[in-house]
Design a protein around this ligand. Structure first.
Ligand code: S3P
Length: 431
């Protein structure tokens, strides 16, 4: 489905952001293998997270929707999952596929994981290799792609240095590690989002994190106790409104309930370096995760360099930062971000292609991009989103201030992470 962008003269008002995608997945996964009834509030009802729910239902877990965003999960314990009678469909969700592969590798039954055409060309060898070192039996297309066939087996503990800073890989290993006979030690090249570690600790698992080293101890028996989890709002979703307010003149908005976990907050750090007028208040904690309310005002932005250890902390926000860079004074350089090429789409080439169509001087690099600003964004063109939810939303934000509206293809991809995106954005827009 194609969609015409809409413009705004200013953004004003107050909004609340739906639940965090990464945390919603983890809440269902850990509640399912915990003992007793867990309750999840603020669960993100987007396609990706609903696939995770359906998969656990297929694995024999009772999950009940009490009201919108509020779910009860009747945990079956570490060894209570049952073989599903059909393939497990992950849709577009890399988090579902990778985390489930780790968990299913340790179950005493057979599973097949598959996804949509976009997910089925994303690399899975990064999880297959270390899981095989632990003793997992996994078959895959071309030894690296979904569908995966997994014949669960007893696993052993390993020490493993991750070749990429990936929270999905780390989490797959931690879930497998719950079942391993020996201790599991993981060393990250750089810090990546730590929601799995925080939540495992919240469920009572003896997990120690020292800098970039994580140890899952086998001193006592591992058992997860049911929890009540309140999912904070997703910073990666809030980022679109923050960016929209920064680049739209005369804007002043408040966003409530935004997760500000320090392994996710690279976007907030970079926009402050770019000159963003932003204030944080009501800083508090929910489910072991920090959150805040945020006020953002239109700002004059300047170019920055985005690289190194910061990259994993803002990886999902890079297409949006590229849109901001187009409005910033000077040359923005993004490096060390080759991972962007294996996200929901090749986000380096897709972002540069879209920005260029809008008249921005942007260049691709193997591991990043260079963007010259400030550009007056043009319109009247059609932009490919490659069915990538974050590209759709980044370009809708760009459309707010483009000279003319433009078309974006496959906008229904927003349902992957943020079904109400346009509704909430329109609430803030004044024309
Ligand atoms: C996620 C981890 C990141 C991120 C993705 C969600 C997670 O992927 O890009 O949107 O929930 O663990 P990688 O682990 O591939 O970096």
């Amino acid at each position: 489905m194609s969609f015409n962008t809409f413009q705004a003269n200013s953004l004003m008002g107050e909004i609340t952001i739906p639940g965090d995608k990464s945390i919603s997945h983890r809440a269902v996964i850990l509640s399912s293998i915990a003992e007793g009834k867990s309750y999840i509030k603020g669960f993100l009802e987007s396609d990706d997270c609903l696939h995770t729910i359906k998969i656990f239902q297929a694995l024999g877990v009772e999950i009940e929707k009490i009201e919108p965003g509020y779910y009860m999960v009747e945990g079956v314990g570490l060894n209570g999952l049952r073989e599903a009678s059909n393939v497990l469909y992950c849709g577009n969700s890399g988090t579902t596929a990778r985390l489930l592969a780790g968990l299913l590798a340790a179950q005493d039954f057979y599973s097949v994981l598959t996804g949509d055409n976009f997910l089925n060309v994303r690399p899975m060898d990064r999880i297959i290799k270390p899981l095989e070192k632990m003793g997992a039996r996994i078959w895959s297309r071309e030894d690296k792609y979904l569908p995966l066939s997994i014949k669960g087996s007893p696993l052993k503990g390993i020490q493993y240095e991750l070749p990429v800073a990936s929270a999905q890989l780390k989490s797959a290993l931690l879930l497998a590690g719950l079942y391993a006979q020996e201790e599991l030690k993981i060393i990250e090249p750089e810090l990546s989002r730590d929601h799995t570690e925080r939540m495992l600790q919240g469920f009572g698992v003896d997990l120690v994190k020292e800098g970039k080293e994580i140890t899952l101890s086998k001193k006592g028996e591992i058992k997860l106790d049911a929890q009540e989890i309140e999912v904070p709002g997703d910073l990666s979703s809030a980022a679109f409104f923050i960016a929209a307010a920064l680049i739209t003149p005369d804007s002043d908005i408040v966003i409530r309930n935004v997760g500000i976990n320090p392994t996710r907050d690279g976007f907030l750090r970079i926009i402050q370096e770019m000159g963003a007028r932003i204030e944080f208040f009501n800083i508090r904690e929910k489910a072991g995760e920090p959150l805040a309310d945020i006020r953002v005002m239109s700002s004059n932005l300047k170019a920055v360099s985005i690289e190194g250890e910061l990259i994993p902390l803002l990886i999902d926000e890079l297409p949006l930062l590229a849109v901001l860079a187009a409005r910033a004074e000077g040359r923005t350089i993004i490096r060390d971000a080759a991972e962007l090429r294996v996200k929901e789409s090749d986000r380096i080439s897709a972002t540069v292609e879209g920005l260029r169509k809008l008249g921005v001087r942007a260049e691709e690099m193997p591991d990043g991009m260079v963007i010259e600003g400030p550009a007056r964004l043009q319109g009247g063109v059609e932009i490919e989103s490659y069915y990538d939810h974050r590209l759709v939303m980044s370009f809708i934000v760009a459309g707010l201030i483009s000279r003319e509206p433009f078309k974006i293809k496959d906008v229904e991809a927003v349902n992957v992470s943020f079904p109400d995106f346009n509704k909430i954005l329109k609430k803030l827009c004044y024309r």
